[in-house]
Design a binder for this molecule. Structure first.
Ligand code: GAR
Length: 210
């Protein structure tokens, strides 16, 4: 049961969530997970530099080279199979992958979303835009969610959530940073460790930590 699990991280941008996973691994807090590969959807994703700096294999599958998400998903599935991925983490990965990936890796993929799902989520809610909408609505708390990935955007079973205070003078940027620091960078490695250690049970679309 405690065999090492190959963790493949998908990223599109800065990769601070990837960094949180790397740091957790260095502290021995990723359970039986080991980050074996980082796949980026953009050639200039800084996540690739973070991976290389830490001796982690990198690959790219450039989203804008593809007309259809179906073909992109098939090629991503093939990469994930080649990499013998046991657990897949969307860490700031900005493409919604289709059935080719979601069916093959059912209950093995997690995503971190920068809001308390079901608020400010779904198609079009990504990155800074999520925080702009939260501030527009005037919510007093926001936060982050780690959930299983299904073909429907941000709709899979919720694993962990953490609330973060919204301040009167917040900008999208200050709120984004506080949510990353206080929530995302903590609950993402925790959820990955739980999944790698087979401690998450899914029943009727809900998760239970064993
Ligand atoms: C993070 O806030 C992540 O939650 C969000 O993008 C940012 C990426 O930062 N992801 C989404 O909005 C996905 N719907 P990072 O590249 O520094 O980890």
């Amino acid at each position: 049961m405690n065999n090492t699990k190959n963790v493949v991280v998908l990223a599109s941008g800065g990769g601070t969530n990837l960094q949180a996973l790397i740091d957790a691994q260095h502290r021995g807090e990723l359970g039986s997970g080991k980050i074996t590969c980082v796949v980026a959807s953009k050639a200039d994703a800084y996540a690739l530099t973070r991976a290389k700096d830490n001796g982690i294999k990198t690959r790219t599958l450039i989203r804008k080279d593809y007309d259809s998400v179906e073909k992109y998903s098939e090629d991503m599935r093939d990469i994930l199979l080649e990499e013998k991925a046991d657990v897949i983490v969307y860490a700031g990965f900005m493409t919604i992958l289709g059935d080719a990936v979601c069916d093959t890796f059912k209950d093995k993929m997690v995503n971190v979303h920068p809001a308390l799902i079901p608020s400010f989520c779904g198609k079009g809610y990504y990155g800074l835009h999520v925080h702009e909408e939260a501030l527009k609505k005037g919510v007093k708390v926001s936060g982050a969610t780690v959930h299983f990935v299904t073909a429907e955007c941000d709709a899979g079973p919720i694993i962990l959530q953490k609330a973060v205070e919204v301040k009167d003078d917040d900008t999208p940027e200050t709120l984004q940073l506080r949510i990353m620091q206080e929530a995302e960078w903590k609950i993402l490695p925790q959820a990955v460790a739980l999944l790698c250690d087979e401690k998450i049970e899914i029943k009727d679309g809900k998760t239970f930590i064993k």
